[in-house]
Write a protein that binds this ligand. Structure first.
Ligand SMILES: Nc1ncnc2c1ncn2[C@@H]1O[C@H](COP(=O)(O)OP(=O)(O)OP(=O)(O)O)[C@@H](O)[C@H]1O
Length: 313
């Protein structure tokens, strides 16, 4: 369990993190979201003991990060933003070095390095200089050093930032496989990542916590939750007919086509049966019809605009 209590960090008079509290339990994969400069990296650095909080505390499995830094750090694997590593070492030299820093020697050290080389599929590059590797491989080397000691807690700062779609997919699958018995905290501003790998999402804005929910609950807060998208062969006289439906709050015409309509339901309502009936009644020819779960980007924008952030805080 990680317990974060009223955590704050000021740089001079500027409060980068402002009184954040939350707990994370084993098995939780927590997506840590927020706009640029919201305080995500600063919070993660404090959880890992790289930055000392101005106020508040972090405890990792019962060990206060400031009072018992070694005990806490033994339990944590940390991938800093950009996955920095010693560029002129090879992955093998670097992972051996990390293993030594973590206190492994002899056969156990070799076995730990071998295990992460296999887990991260690094075999083909272990003897090349890190600076020569692709971003995807560099990131995998960074994750390898973070999990080398099989930590209970994994803190990953923007693990897929800058990777191509295939590399993103690989790293996300890896995180899913790693997360079974661990606490994982992933900072990201890629919202699709939250639905893909996280079972909980925290949003911070201007150093304050503004949302803490399951990804599906966040989606349900969107104006597009249960919105129905309907694309027809014809567009004439459709908009007015759709607007007449009882449970419809609003109808948007898609920017991509004037024959594609997005029906926003009144809060909590299901407009799909009424749309279906109307299609039959009018004899419209449907090209596309689907119901949305909600849009995280819409919720993200709402809760991170300063007015909302102030209200929630
Ligand atoms: N060492 C420092 N000295 C002064 N200000 C800092 C320092 N580190 C961070 N900040 C400021 O604190 C704020 C929060 O930064 P932080 O890196 O935690 O944000 P972030 O949410 O991780 O952003 P990003 O998504 O851009 O990585 C920013 O305004 C940043 O400029």
């Amino acid at each position: 369990m990680i317990k974060i209590d009223n955590l704050s960090k000021a740089f001079g008079s500027f409060k980068a993190v402002d009184g954040i509290s939350f707990n994370v339990a084993a098995g939780e994969v927590l997506g840590f979201l927020g706009p640029n400069g919201a305080g995500k990296s600063t919070t993660m650095k404090m959880i890992c003991g790289f930055l000392t909080p101005t106020a508040g505390s972090v405890s990792v499995c019962g060990h206060d990060v400031v009072k018992e830094p070694l005990k806490a750090k033994e339990l944590i694997g940390y991938l800093p933003e950009g996955a920095p590593a010693y560029a002129d070492m090879t992955p093998l030299q670097y992972l051996n070095f990390i293993a030594e820093v973590r206190g492994y020697k002899g056969g156990v050290k070799a076995a730990r390095v071998q295990a992460v080389v296999e887990q991260l599929a690094l075999k083909s590059v272990v003897n090349r200089r890190i600076e020569e590797l692709s971003k995807g491989f560099k990131r995998r080397v960074g994750i390898a050093q973070a999990i080398l000691h099989d930590p209970k807690v994994l803190i990953l700062d923007e693990p897929t930032d800058g990777l191509d779609p295939n590399q993103k997919h690989q790293v996300r699958n890896l995180i899913k496989n790693l997360s079974k018995d661990k606490i994982v905290i992933i900072s990201t501003h890629i919202l699709e990542e939250v639905s893909a790998v996280c079972n909980r999402a925290i949003i911070i804005s201007q150093g304050k916590l503004v949302a803490d929910e399951k990804p599906a609950e966040l989606e349900a807060r969107s104006r597009y939750h249960h919105a129905v998208t309907l694309q027809l062969q014809q567009g004439e006289d459709v908009l007015n007919a759709l607007k007449q439906l009882d449970l419809v709050e609003d109808v948007e015409v898609s920017p991509e086509s004037d024959r594609c309509f997005i029906l926003i339901p009144k809060s909590g309502e299901d407009v799909f049966p009424a749309v279906n009936n109307l299609i039959k009644e009018k004899g419209w020819v449907v090209e596309q019809l689907f119901v949305e779960r909600g849009r995280l980007d819409d919720v993200f924008r709402n809760v991170t605009t300063s007015k909302q952030a102030e209200e929630v805080a």
